[in-house]
Design a protein around this ligand. Structure first.
Ligand code: FAD
Ligand code: FES
Ligand code: FES
Length: 477
């Protein structure tokens, strides 16, 4: 049984745990404000809020219900557009109406839910943050200017009296005040189905038919019909055990089920990578980042997985476990061929560990895609450099989209070691990188384009990490 709160009422869902939240909302609960568009996470028409009891308060994040399994909302508060306007239009809906931000109205519920997610996020109420919050919502007919004006109105409202609670501004209905009490009661209920009596999401079993699920943003796009029927799904995102980002000495440990948003909000990551927010904003969209996990990105084994490329350059190590025994494996050895992994079917990624950059280390990530937001990379790459005085002590360049697997450019990385950065070195590294890659032409660009792109991105690494280098010389390479 999956128990959760849907808007203002408790629900016990009897459907299979792999059923999509979107289908439960629309076809069982008949809340048709949540729309079905692409069913692939691209349009945002199905956006809902998912609230979780975390560190003594409710934390609400947007999610695409078309990729969210019921098993992942056990003991959560799900809010649809109907749950935001029980007595009439709320100020977000009012702003959309006043600014002419809706025509056919198909996308509007998704925009309203994303706007509510922004109001609850605790982010600074700025225009830029408000616009970024709707990066997962597409409107085909109204034009974005009127939606932006509505967002500006919401920002004004939030800035009027920042200390006043969003409930007092009428953004959320009054029933939200009682949700923490209901949630605590729900969490006290005994249930062994998903978490077990000691809160574990998984028990040890060597069953080779195990099906692990993180956020579902890859699995539900690829095989949603299979997943709906699947009975033995292990919901790694449903519990707390496989999440979290902590510092241990000079290392960082990340739970396999930590999401991109968890990384963005982590003080450890933000301190170690001051530009992480800029990198992460190039990954999917807010509602996808809120549920997409780090381990899901690694196991999906896409040659252009952004987190994979990021962590490869950091020489991250994986802890693979079957629930009883575990083993360590460097991420760079995880990929044996196109979508082939050094992983037994019964093993899951429990955690990821890497050495945090120290005072002598610099790091940079680059991604180029056809669109800036909500698009996968044509080519992506990261570079980590450990300085030794004015020379480079050690370096690692990762690259995606230029071969069958996300990879480390071993020889190009070795070439840098012990050298002083200058334009001659950049030329050599680009030439060596061309020897190591084997891109193919596809919808994301021709082979020649991807080769050129990687060269340009290597220049970008050097120019960003060593700003003293002569830009003109390097751009001539
Ligand atoms: C609209 C959209 C945009 C996207 N944009 C990007 C993008 O810009 N960049 C990018 O890199 N990706 C992108 N993705 C892909 C996807 O969001 C990421 O790969 C994400 O990190 C997958 O994580 P997940 O938890 O959703 O994986 P899931 O779908 O839950 O799982 C993916 C695979 O990993 C396995 N798995 C999950 N967790 C574990 C674990 N702990 N141990 C072992 N196996 C596990 C599953 O069994 C499955 O085989 C996008 C996806 C969508 C739908
Ligand atoms: S239906 Fe398009 S994102 Fe869910
Ligand atoms: S109002 Fe029609 S798609 Fe946005």
């Amino acid at each position: 049984m999956i128990r959760f709160i849907l808007n203002n009422k408790p629900v016990v869902a009897e459907g299979p745990p792999g059923l999509l939240l979107l289908d439960l909302i629309r076809y069982k609960e008949h809340l048709t404000g949540t729309k079905v568009g692409c069913r692939e996470g691209d349009c945002g028409a199905c956006t809902v809020l998912i609230g979780e009891w975390k560190e003594g308060r409710m934390r609400y994040l947007t999610a695409t219900s078309c990729l969210t399994a019921l098993g992942n909302i056990h003991h959560r508060h799900v809010v649809t557009v109907e749950g935001l306007n029980l007595q009439g239009l709320n100020p977000l809906q009012q702003a959309i109406c006043e600014e002419g931000g809706t025509q056919c109205g198909f996308c509007t519920p998704g925009f309203i839910v994303s706007m509510a997610g922004f109001c609850l996020s605790g982010q600074a109420p700025t225009q830029a943050n408000a616009r970024a919050a709707v990066d997962g919502n597409i409107c085909r007919c109204t034009g974005y200017k009127s939606i932006e004006r509505a967002l500006d109105k919401v920002v004004e409202l939030l800035n009027e009296a920042p200390a006043v609670d969003v409930m007092d501004k009428g953004i959320l209905p009054a029933y939200f005040k009682d949700i923490p009490r209901q949630m605590k009661a729900l969490l006290l209920e005994p249930n062994g189905v998903l978490h077990g009596e000691n809160g574990r999401a998984i028990r040890g079993t060597r069953d080779v038919s195990r099906k692990f699920l993180g956020g579902g943003t890859d699995l539900y796009v690829q095989q949603h019909e299979v997943m709906e029927e699947e009975s033995g799904i292990e919901f790694l995102s449903a519990g707390k055990e496989w999440k979290g980002v902590i510092r241990q000495g000079d290392h960082c440990i990340i739970g396999g089920a930590a999401t991109v948003t968890d990384l963005m909000e982590s003080p450890v990551i933000r301190k170690a990578f001051p530009h992480f927010g800029d990198y992460a904003r190039l990954i999917s969209s807010t509602p996808i980042r809120n549920i997409a996990t780090v381990a899901g990105n690694f196991v999906n084994a896409s040659p252009i997985g952004d987190l994979t490329i990021f962590f490869l350059a950091l020489d991250a190590q994986l802890t693979l476990s079957d629930g009883d025994t575990s083993r360590e494996l460097p991420l760079r050895k995880f990929y044996k061929g196109y979508k082939q992994l050094d992983k037994r079917p019964e093993e899951f990624i429990e955690r990821i560990i890497f050495r945090l950059p120290g005072v002598d280390d610099v790091f940079h990530f680059e991604k180029v895609s056809k669109r800036t937001c909500l698009d996968i990379a044509s080519v992506n790459t990261a570079m980590m450099v450990r300085m030794s005085g004015s020379a480079i002590g050690e370096a690692r360049i990762s690259a995606g989209g230029v071969g069958p697997v996300p990879a480390i450019l071993e020889a190009a990385s070795r070439l840098i070691t012990g050298r002083t950065p200058d334009s001659g070195l950049v030329r050599e590294v680009i030439a060596q990188a061309q020897e190591e890659i084997s891109p193919i032409g596809d919808a994301r660009g021709t082979e020649a384009y991807k080769r050129l792109l990687l060269g340009q991105l290597i220049k970008a690494h050097f120019l960003t990490l060593f700003p003293q280098l002569p830009v003109a010389d390097i751009m001539e390479i």
